[in-house]
Design a protein around this ligand. Sequence first.
Ligand code: TRP
Ligand code: ZN
Length: 875
Amino acid sequence: MSNTEHSTIYRKDYRVPDFLITDLNLNFILGKKDCVVKAKSVFQRNQEAKSNSNELFLNGENLELLFVAVDGSELPASRYRLEGKGMVLIDMPDSFVLEVSTRIYPDKNTALEGLYRSSGNFCTQCEAEGFRKITYYLDRPDVMARFVTRIEGDIVDCPVLLSNGNLVEEGMLEGGRHFAVWEDPFPKPCYLFALVAGDLIFIQDEFTTCSGRRIDLRIYVEAKNREKCGHAMTSLKKSMAWDEEVFGLEYDLDTYMIVAVDDFNMGAMENKGLNVFNSKYVLASPETATDQDYLGVEGVIAHEYFHNWTGNRVTCRDWFQLSLKEGLTVFRDQEFSSDMNSRPVQRIEDVRVLRSFQFREDSGPMAHSVRPDSYLEINNFYTVTVYNKGAEVIRMMHTLLGAEDFRKGIDLYFKRHDGQAVTCDDFVSAMATASDVDLDQFKLWYSQAGTPELTVTEEWDVEGQRYKVTLSQRCPSTPSQSMEDKKAFHIPISFGLLDSNGNDMELKNALLELKSAEETFTFEGIHEKPVLSLLRGFSAPVKVEPWQSREQLAFLMANDSDPFNRWDASFRLSESVILELTSVLQQNRQAVLDPLFIDAVRRILTDRESDKSLLGMALSLPEENYLAQQMKVIDPDNLHLARRFVRRELANLLQAEFRAVWEGNTNRGEYELTSEAMGRRRLQNVALSYLLAGERPDQSDVDMAMEQYENGNNMTDVIAVLSAMSHCDIPERGELLQNFYEKWKDDVLVMDKWLILQASSSLPSTLASVKDLMHHPAFSISNPNKVRSLIGAFGGNHVAFHNSKGEGYCFLADQIIDLDSRNPQIASRLTTPFSTWKRYDTVRQKLMKAQLQRIAEKEGLSGDVFEMVRRSLDT
Ligand code: TRP
Ligand code: ZN
């Protein structure tokens, strides 16, 4: 296929389907080399459809057609036509039963969509459009059918045969084969279909719902992973209880199954009653998983479970509505994690992701609204904008309506739409009706792309004891939406005013609603000049032009009653210090660290009262990828030097304080997953990373780190040593990497960490070692986790990737081209670091552009990569 054949799909072109499918019977005959799929479906003309064409197009790709019949008789060649992406049925009656048999080759399926094999086991991934690689069908989410699935396979290779819903029959067949039949009583779109067949064991538990029903819970894994499922199971039960308590939502089938596979394009998939997970989000033990991994498992298990209502019971009308299920479900999993762990820590983590990745997407060639208007390849729209900004949009509604009315809105949404495929507008409409809040202007958050930018001006009138704050908003142009055409957003702004003692002044209302381009808010009876704490809890996904002095930021760091803004003040202060030093270095001037900043850091290090997680987070400087976006012309080398200078200066000047924090927080006893214990580890390990910040740190600190590596009883403490040391040019670095490899070479998930460490190193030798690792037995180009860990992490290594000679660019382009023919989804995601090419100096721009062009010219490029590269080049 040539690169010009990719066509754009527009939201405005949505039409209801001409036919609906009420029932689907699937029969999978799993063989040694292939699989035969027999599908029998009941079609009915859709009363709501305008067209009365009697031709019907069915999606189908990479299928070998064996047989097609309508109402029991085989179709003559004149009644159907095969096309590149499907089959046209000709002269169809208003209702009929279609039987199709196809042959597919799961072993050859390297794209990991449709039916494929992972570690020898069969599994499926049908979202978004993978079902068309299994059989000819109406592969669109607004066609919902009842599925009955029969699977037959070899009893030795596939002792376990699973699909959605309830097991209704199983039995033996001749020749060492057996079968199972599953029935899902809930009509569903085909993207929620799943099949798993293979040699797996399961751990089992149960959950009693609020109405007293007992649900059988099972997690299926390879036998060697049996001991690593406990945390996932606990997380599942907590999710079930939380959704009943907070949203009043009860589980609806008698069984809930989760299967872990090593080869998976994304995190996990919410198939009805049978979730398929990337094993990274199921398996955890203290020796092999970090605190972040444990939280990741809990969050993703919750996310997929919550989809049962927000996604499955009510699904999307079309893929432009993807955020209807994803934004809402991310919001729900964030709230769940906040309730299970620390709310401020969760919020800070979520905002860091949003600022680093979503704001970057929103300011580049891939910028799109939460509900996009067009796409070429839907797989490219599973983005931080649809997911994370989508969740912020839901969160803003929660803020504007209040928890109680928000819940009323959710109840109304389910009352109106249970069992339907609906739109983002339907969701907002339920919210508005239930709460009586006008959300018309608010809906611009769904249609306008780009991150709004706020400016703040303050005025305090001593005479009148009056304080005024003027807020203005603008939203930069994004592809196909110019700045002039954008209307003002409805922005909820939580805030506080601090008096000179650092206490909150009393206010009638802690929420401002900015609805126009500029607005002035006046506060009477303000007796002294306040310090403004704006956007508490990050109440809206916006950028604020820096307007406060470093003194004010230090004051907020020390005093703000809102823990998010306390942290945010430290973030903004560090940002201003590093960016200033970057320009000092660019001008070859002498770099000096601001004493005010040193003092602020000293105060954190000597704080024995505050939450340790929050202290640890306040010590973690903004990442280079984030800081780069704040520069007019990105200068990766000086940015890196400036950030490193800050870390080393702090480590030198405050060495005693860092050591005291390290020693005062060493691990004692059993590994515990409490917020308190996680906070202690975070703070301790941040201190360690500073102590090793030099290329050649003090030997005493190195020895201390080696001791932590030897004695650590959990992966968090162990990997912290390796991670800090990965940037040091000392012999211990190589020794530890080797030791770690020998110890963990049989554990694929731990090996991912080993690859990430090396690909993320700031040492100049990084590209060379990444190239070597491509041939290492720990790496595999066919496994998405490995590709992300090595190639993906390298692309995110700002200083190494942007090496001024362009060698990093060339390497990444080579890998994208190579991967594209194997797995387009994964190849496409690797293009992200190229997308911001226009933000760099002219030399780097030229180098990056040349690589983008080289990719674009590749014959037979997938739509996935083509779309990303095209958009980048078109800016
Ligand atoms: N719906 C899944 C989720 O968010 C996302 C997902 C899993 C996905 N696998 C995929 C999306 C493959 C596109 C392609 O939970
Ligand atoms: Zn999801």
